[in-house]
Design a protein around this ligand. Sequence first.
Ligand code: NAD
Length: 700
Amino acid sequence: MANTSANLLKNLWSDAEASGMSEPERLVYRSNLLGSDKRITNYGGGNTSSKISEKDPFTGQEAEVLWVKGSGGDIASIRLEGFATLYMDKLQALKKLYRGIEHEDEMVGYLPHCTFNLNPRAASIDTPLHAFVPYPYVDHMHPDAIIAIAAAEDSRELTRKIFGDAIGWLPWKRPGFELGLWLEKFCEENPEARGVILESHGLFTWGDSPKSCYETTIDTINRAIAWLEEETSGTPAFGGPRHEALSAEERRSAASLLMPQIRGMISREGNYKVGHFVDSPAVLDFVNSRHMPDLAPLGTSCPDHFLRTKIRPLMIDFDPAQPDLDAAVNALPGALDAYRADYQAYYDRCRHTDSPPVRDPNAVVYLMPGVGMFTFAADKATARIAAEFYVNAINVMRDASAVSTYRGLPEQEAFDIEYWLLEEAKLQRMPKPKSLAGRVALITGGGGGIGRATAARLMREGACVVLADIDEPSLDTARADFAEAFSPDMVRTVRLDVTDEDAVAEAYRQAGIEYGGVDIIVSNAGISSSAPIEDTDLAAWNRNMDILAKGYFLVSREGFRFFKRQKMGGNIVFIASKNGLAASPNASAYCTAKAAEIHLARCLALEGAEHQIRVNTVNPDAVLRGSKIWTGEWREQRAAAYSMKPDELEEHYRKRSMLKRSVLPEDVAEAVCFLASDVSAKSTGNILNVDAGNAQSFTR
Ligand code: NAD
């Protein structure tokens, strides 16, 4: 037997840690241990339960209470409040109300009536599965190694061969009340069994103590891992390679070219998509393999997998030995149309009279030989998780097809889960997407005061941001802060000198790879300098012209190229300055460069309109707080220009304004957000002053 110790799961149970805990705390502990390894269960997949004796707050009597992971959430991070609590006697009494499989769904409506202690956490569809297993501790996991056996054509025989009587087998049945009854019957008829494999689905295990339940789960998965490893050692995965992968650099180039084009073809107003790219060894093994073209159309097996990835992926026609990316791009519209037609046909074949209307017919997963996998969803986390799930599905297909014949879930069963009325109700209950959900914003000078405030504002509306700045430490801080305040999925950073033509193109490439596209460009990177004209040396003049006028030109030019390839319109907001409209003493280089930006924006508004590319300008004035510009010598120079001390400046500007108010980075961000979002869809070529009122810069 091969040495499998490196690939086996570790038993992480610690008596010392668990002993001081209450029963509910031990359930959290067990769940978190199981969830800490994605080989045990996928994100959000699986659930755990304990049947615990508790004092009923209503009667004062002891009651048996089922603590079971509630609807939503993930066992890796679940806390006490993530569990639903239900009276066991009431759950048992539901059997009397059950009218049979035809009426199974109505049982979900009874679950809230079984709630113990007014717990607001909603019970999940899997609740009866845990309730009716007649053991106090139950785990339900989706381990890749077990699903590989569960998705094999002869999964029943394989289960017996690997586990003997210890672990039983049940044929595919959609989770619900009926499956709960099946599990109960199985346990009664097989008192020696410590668990059961559910065909095409996953694993149920149980025990008389939390520790024994946990250990049975780990041991059962390890047995499957060891057996599969022994059986498949020496067998090339997926029939061996058919293609060679492109180099890492070429893969990224291909991704940055194709992803925005796909995104443009699958996004619609009100339904924008964000992309995710994976070219890990597991993915490359699959997309480059001989068997991929036969396996991928069979679809995924575990319901969790295909709810996230759609029943099957789209395969991009591409030969890495003759890498013709233009041909791959040109073939995309036809391939996407064919996929959509196929999905509609699947819906038409499988629909019932009361099925919900057909949903978005576009693929979620795109497989490209030599390059890797792209996934697209309404937000970055969902796209990333879809990719993780497809990697689970790849693992399952690899092992199942090596030891047997891999079987996806029958189409009608898959449809019945995908278009389950209960699933539809869950979708309907989801909050409405935020106004910039699915959009991607590239913000130059994103490490600075106005850039950061703008990023935060757009992220609050659901946008993903790519912060681009020459100052790497400020980018690192911004990224860490936003990852914590929002989510690591929503922020990326790229070092960029806006005066460098190649670096600008590279920033867009990065955005394409990281998020699949760009919708909003905030051209904001800037500096400032102050000197009377006769003391303004050529270097200072050129620096202002370079970073401001030329930088805004390069960022916009590349943005136009990108937008036109993506074919989704586009939105550019310039952060210019009041000084671009109103002359200011001793700052001719800065003021002239800012005036150039403002006029560039107007020219681009004219050129962009026919492509639905909008270009608008925000003119701030005197934003001292948070701005790095105002911590440097500009502050000293401006103070000198007005014959005052540097710390008197903020008050000076406030008093100078018509409204007598200080302008903050958040005020500028609000204006950008307005111009960057659809509420201003009919505005282009405009200037919005955010200067607390300055008659000199009134626009005409
Ligand atoms: P800031 O200094 O805090 O931010 C500017 C950012 O641009 C910095 O992080 C800097 O590293 C970056 N940057 C500079 N040169 C770059 C280059 N070559 N490539 C890439 N990034 C570069 O200043 P801020 O106040 O946030 O200014 C943002 C924009 O607002 C600037 O264009 C500025 O001219 C404009 N503005 C500011 C004020 C104000 O009072 N703060 C007023 C009017 C206009």
